[in-house]
Design a protein around this ligand. Sequence first.
Ligand SMILES: N[C@@H](CCC(=O)N[C@@H](CS)C(=O)NCC(=O)O)C(=O)O
Length: 204
Amino acid sequence: MHLYHCDRARSFRSLWLLHELGLTFELTMIPFAMESLRTPEYLAISPLGRVPCLVDGTTTIFESGAITQYLCEHYDQRGLGRDKHDPERTEWLIWLHYAETMAVHAASLIQQAIFIAPADHSPVVQKLESRRLLKSLEVLEHHLVDREFLLRGGFSAVDTNIGYSVHIAHEFVAFDTLPNVTRYYARLQQRPAFQAAVENRSSF
Ligand SMILES: N[C@@H](CCC(=O)N[C@@H](CS)C(=O)NCC(=O)O)C(=O)O
């Protein structure tokens, strides 16, 4: 199995989950820049030139949510997925996709920070996206009032998707009004698989 990853990008979710599942894989780091992601070689693997992209034998998968679902359906020996008969399946799916709802706001802020020259930064976009990101975190804050992880059944793969969104949101939004999210983030940061992903490691 082979994962294509950029530092701080959504591919963090897949890298973290590969570690949580205890899988062996190869990691290709790509600089987080247009010219590195749009080479003909990479576009042949990932048609929009984005990360993550996972190649498993003859199967190529892009979209971080799809990679989470694929890994759980094919390689979950640790109970991190929820199959369609599981009572927590619907909730698992909601959080899997909510992770992207959160991430689009953070992605817009990252774009301003990385891809757009400072002279072209838009304070309006920055204010609007920060506010919408905070609103999306408030939903999580409310959900985490009586639980340690997203599902009552304990840590699951969707915590890697939402966890990345929280991890990246932390760079742009103050967490002072979010005590439950703050504790949740601290819990996630303690996981060895999270730490391995922060260090872009392919094994730990
Ligand atoms: N919905 C996709 C989004 C993928 C995506 O946009 N990834 C970003 C990194 S976080 C990327 O590759 N950006 C490069 C670009 O926009 O050119 C997913 O969840 O995988």
